[in-house]
Design a protein around this ligand. Structure first.
Ligand code: BYC
Length: 328
C-alpha cells in the first residue's frame, strides 16, 4: 500500500521533538507558511505526500475521460478548447508532482505507485464519458467541485502546495466556465441536445458529491489535516458549499439535479440533499468502479510507450552535463 500515515509509524516524541512540534504548531497558528527546508513532524510530511501525490495522480488520470472525446469534438472551436483543457490537467499534475518531491520522495516512486495500483486517485475519474455533453458537465461539476476544494487548499500551510493551487485554480476557473458554457448551449438546444445534457447531469451529480471524500465521521485523515491547516474546512462543509453554489446554476439553465430530497432550508440557508450511496463510493475507491481497470491500463500503456522519450531526455541531459564539465 501507499506510504501509510496511520498508527504505529509515529515514534513517541522526545522532549526535543516536543519543543520543535510546539514551535511548528505555533508557526502554523500564526499563519506562517511551512517551506521544504523547515523542520516538520514526520506525520505532517507523510500526510502531505499522501494527499499531494493522490492529487497529482488525479490530474493525470483525469485527462483520460475527457481526452476520450478530443478526436470527436463537434467543431474546431470545441476541439481547441478541449485540447487546451486536457493539456492544462497534465501541467497541474506536473506542478503537484514537483511540489511533492520537495518532501523528499521521487516522482518515479510516486508514478510507480500509481501504475501498480497502490496509490489512490479521485474516484470521479473512474466513470465513463458517454457523450459530448459529459465534457461540459465535467467542466461544470467536476472542475466546479475541484475549485471549491482547491481555493481553500491555496491557503494550505505547506508553501509549495499552496502556491501550486493558486495557479491551478486560475486555470480551473477557465475549465469550469467552458464547461458551463457548453452545458448552457446544449440546455438551450434541440430536444435531443437537452436530453443528452440532462442525462450527463444525472450520471455525474452524485459522483461529483463523492469527490469531497467520506462524511466527516468516516474521515480518518481530517483531524491531522485540519489541525495543521492543510485543510481549512471539513469534507462535509465543502460538499455543502458546492451544492449551495451549484443548485442555482442548474436552475438558471433549466436542468434538474437527480435528487428528490433536494430542498432549500430557510433556517440554515443550505440546499439540503439526499443520502449519498457510500457503498458505491467505497467500491470505486477500492478499485471496483466502472472504469478503474481501464484507467490503470491506459496509464500503463502511455507510460510504456513514453519510455523512449524518457531515455532520449536522459541521454540529452547526460550529454549536456558532459559538455558543461568539459568546458569548466
Ligand atoms: N476518491 O480521511 P479522508 C481535478 C480516500 S483533479 C478517492 O477524508 P482526506 C480534475 C482518502 O484518500 C482534483 N479516494 O481523506 C482533473 C483516504 O484514503 P487513504 C482532485 C478518496 O485526504 C482532471 C480515505 O478515502 N482533487 O480537479 O482527509 C479533469 C479516507 O478519506 C476520495 C484532489 O485531489 C475520493 N474522492 O480527504 C477535471 C484534492 N475521498 O489515503 C478535474 C486534494 C477520500 O487514507 N485532496 N478518499 O488511504 C483533498 O482535498 C483530500 O485528500 C480529500 C480527501 C478531500 C479528497
Amino acid at each position: 500500500m501507499q506510504d501509510t500515515v496511520r498508527g504505529s509509524d509515529a515514534a513517541p516524541p522526545t522532549s526535543e521533538d516536543a519543543g520543535r512540534l510546539a514551535e511548528f504548531e505555533a508557526r502554523i497558528a500564526n499563519g506562517e507558511s511551512i517551506e521544504p527546508k523547515d523542520w516538520m513532524p514526520e506525520r505532517y510530511r507523510k500526510q502531505l505526500v499522501r494527499m499531494m501525490s493522490q492529487h497529482a495522480h488525479s490530474e493525470i488520470v483525469g485527462m483520460l475521460p475527457e481526452g476520450n472525446w478530443i478526436t470527436r469534438a463537434p467543431s474546431l472551436r470545441r476541439k481547441m478548447i478541449l485540447l487546451a483543457k486536457v493539456q492544462d490537467e497534465a501541467g497541474h499534475g506536473l506542478y503537484i508532482y514537483c511540489g511533492t518531491e520537495t518532501l523528499g520522495v521521487s516522482r518515479d516512486e510516486l508514478v510507480d505507485q500509481l501504475l501498480t495500483g497502490k496509490a489512490k486517485y479521485s474516484s470521479i475519474f473512474n466513470y465513463p464519458t458517454l457523450s459530448y455533453a459529459d465534457v461540459g458537465v465535467i467542466g461544470w461539476l467536476v472542475d466546479g467541485a475541484a475549485i471549491v476544494n482547491q481555493t481553500v487548499l491555496a491557503k494550505a500551510s505547506y508553501g509549495p502546495y499552496a502556491r501550486a493551487m493558486v495557479r491551478i485554480c486560475k486555470e480551473e476557473n477557465f475549465h469550469k466556465r467552458q464547461g458551463y458554457e457548453l452545458v448552457a448551449h446544449l440546455a438551450n438546444g434541440t430536444p435531443a441536445q437537452r436530453a443528452m445534457v440532462q442525462d450527463a447531469v444525472n450520471r455525474w451529480w452524485w459522483p461529483s458529491l463523492m469527490m469531497f471524500g467520506p462524511h466527516d465521521k468516516d474521515s480518518p485523515n481530517s483531524d491531522d489535516l485540519l489541525r495543521w491547516r492543510v485543510k481549512r474546512f471539513t469534507n462535509d462543509e465543502l460538499r455543502q458549499r458546492f451544492v449551495n453554489l451549484t443548485v442555482p446554476q442548474a436552475r438558471a439553465v433549466g436542468l434538474t439535479l437527480p435528487d428528490p430530497d433536494l430542498r432549500y432550508d430557510e433556517e440554515t440557508k443550505n440546499w439540503e440533499f439526499g443520502p449519498i450511496d457510500w457503498s458505491e463510493f467505497w467500491a470505486v475507491v477500492r478499485g471496483d468502479g466502472p472504469c478503474n481497470r481501464e484507467r490503470l491500463a491506459a496509464r500503463n500503456k502511455a507510460h510504456a510507450e513514453g519510455a523512449w522519450v524518457r531515455e532520449a531526455a536522459a541521454a540529452y541531459a547526460a550529454k549536456h552535463s558532459r559538455q558543461e564539465m568539459a568546458a569548466d
